[in-house]
Design a protein around this ligand. Structure first.
Ligand SMILES: [Zn+2]
Length: 267
């Protein structure tokens, strides 16, 4: 069975038909879905949605996302630490990191605040002995520097991998796996495919990043965005198998084993 290591299944876009999506996801061969947090205000809903279903198992991962940095407060960090203490079953902290891509995040004060919250959350994760889900855009050098400076040793997953081969190897040396999703199926993702082809299969895990990043085979024709869904994860597995010239069964087996390892889960 497949593991979706990154899916925003708690968002409103799934409110109308979440039960049906859950049933189709399980039928598609996905038995575990990791649901990362992004703002403190939504952590209660994150835990509530994840507790609602037994299969596939939904794993809540609370954290403060770098793109929402303007709204994060010091008090949210203390709340995160309390949440981890109250829920020892939580497998990781995320999604956390640095994002220097959007215009509104290029402001130096916001970038400094991103780094403060990233460092603090790495330390919270380290104190709890948990891996992290990283969100990194246009900031790999900075994230690698912070990981080095904080001596973070608990690893995790760099979600929606978008970097180069040297950066990929660097993260793997630090104990991270790379999250591979829908962009692997896009025509324009030549560099991504080259990096994914060059890395050991053991370095990779699968994700949908739903409701965004819909795999090509499930995108409706035309400019309108099609909602991505954890039930579409097999399209990512198939694209990875084709790129690596291995069977889908091998991709399923290896990425499952590696996802469990990255999140220190038992099967
Ligand atoms: Zn995300």
């Amino acid at each position: 069975m497949l593991i979706d290591t990154h899916c925003h299944f708690d968002v409103e876009e799934f409110d109308a038909d979440r039960d049906a999506v859950v049933a189709r996801t399980l039928a598609a061969g996905v038995d575990t879905v990791v649901v990362p947090g992004y703002v403190a205000a939504h952590w209660p809903r994150l835990f509530e949605v994840c507790a609602r279903y037994a299969a596939p198992r939904l794993l809540p991962v609370p954290g403060l996302h770098p793109c929402y940095i303007a709204g994060h407060e010091e008090a949210h960090l203390a709340e995160l630490e309390r949440l981890l203490a109250a829920h020892p079953e939580v497998v990781a902290v995320g999604e956390i990191g640095l994002d220097h891509f959007p215009l509104e995040l290029k402001e130096p004060a916001l970038q400094r605040k991103q780094e403060v919250f990233f460092r603090e959350q790495l330390q919270i994760a380290a104190r709890a002995g948990k891996p992290v889900l990283l969100h990194v855009r246009k900031a790999h050098a900075e994230v690698l520097r912070v990981l080095r400076e904080t001596r973070f040793r608990d690893g995790g997953i760099v979600h929606a991998w978008s970097g180069g081969i040297e950066e990929a190897r660097h993260y793997v040396r630090l104990g991270f796996h790379l999250g591979i999703g829908g962009p692997l199926t896009y025509d324009q993702s030549r560099r991504l495919r080259a990096v994914v082809a060059a890395m050991p299969l053991e370095a990779l895990v699968l994700e949908t990043d739903a409701p965004d990043m819909t795999p090509q085979p499930h995108r409706a024709p035309g400019p309108e965005r099609t909602r991505n869904s954890p039930e579409f994860l097999p399209a990512v597995a198939a694209a990875l198998a084709a790129l690596r010239n291995v069977t889908v069964e091998e991709v399923v087996a290896v990425t499952r084993r590696e996802s469990l390892k990255a999140l220190r889960l038992v099967a």
